[in-house]
Design a binder for this molecule. Structure first.
Ligand code: IMP
Length: 210
């Protein structure tokens, strides 16, 4: 069995041994860590892509849904990029807050942080919420989207030091025992159940067919 080692990935049995490079454009190093961990851990047989980090900010257009934001941003970025790329937009939606912050998650986190969400929710009984992740891939100038979601609830207080953003106040559905919030999980554990893990799985299944 032939194998080729790149800096990050072991590519097995790639018939032509031709690797296409895909730039994940994000200024969020945590997101890249999750993507890198997923692709490193995934079964890479016949994978013809390497994913590298393009640490760059781009114009995030505002829209009513996370999916629309991701599409609009990718579409605008595709006019200036001359190679294949990937972007992701994500956010948390709190049901009792009528969908807030949703597409405004980034701004809300930068301004009031997770404490702002805990304050807004107060001691409300309905603490249900969900995270959404939408990857948009630009491959040969065509855009394809991959979406993932994880349902869960908002804690009473923050717990855990891993991850980023609202991770310390979000408990994924079905989580019991000591390690409950996303911020109490290592990257690969989070990827197994998270919104991003789910959208990444769809992206991976698509890329492996190429
Ligand atoms: P954007 O995708 O860069 O617009 O950022 C969305 C915002 O949602 C981030 O700044 C985080 O605050 C939050 N967010 C998105 N994904 C996650 C996650 O996996 N864990 C915690 N917070 C997240």
């Amino acid at each position: 069995m032939k194998s080729v080692l790149t800096s990050d990935y072991k590519i097995l049995d790639n018939p032509r041994n031709v690797l296409r490079s895909l730039s994940f454009v994000t200024s969020n190093t945590h997101k890249f860590k999750e993507v890198n961990s997923y692709f490193t851990g995934a079964r890479l047989s016949n994978m013809k892509f390497t994913i590298n980090h393009l640490n760059q900010k781009y114009t995030e257009l505002q829209a009513d849904t996370i999916s629309e934001v991701a599409h609009a941003s990718a579409s605008s970025l595709s006019t200036i990029m001359n190679h294949d790329f990937l972007i992701e937009d994500s956010g948390i939606t709190v049901n009792r807050l009528n969908g807030f912050p949703g597409p405004y998650s980034s701004f809300v986190f930068q301004t009031v942080g997770w404490q702002g969400i805990l304050d807004l929710l107060g001691d409300q009984e309905d603490r249900s919420a969900f995270f959404t992740s939408v990857f948009v891939l630009s491959l040969d100038k065509k855009l394809v989207a991959f979406e993932g979601e994880v349902q869960g609830s908002i804690t009473i207080e923050a717990k855990g030091n891993f991850g980023f953003g609202f991770d310390p106040i979000f408990i994924p559905e079905g989580q019991t025992g000591f390690r409950t919030t996303l911020a109490e999980m290592e990257t690969d554990e989070k990827n197994e159940i998270s919104h991003r893990g789910k959208s990444l799985r769809k992206l991976f299944d698509f890329l492996i067919q190429k």
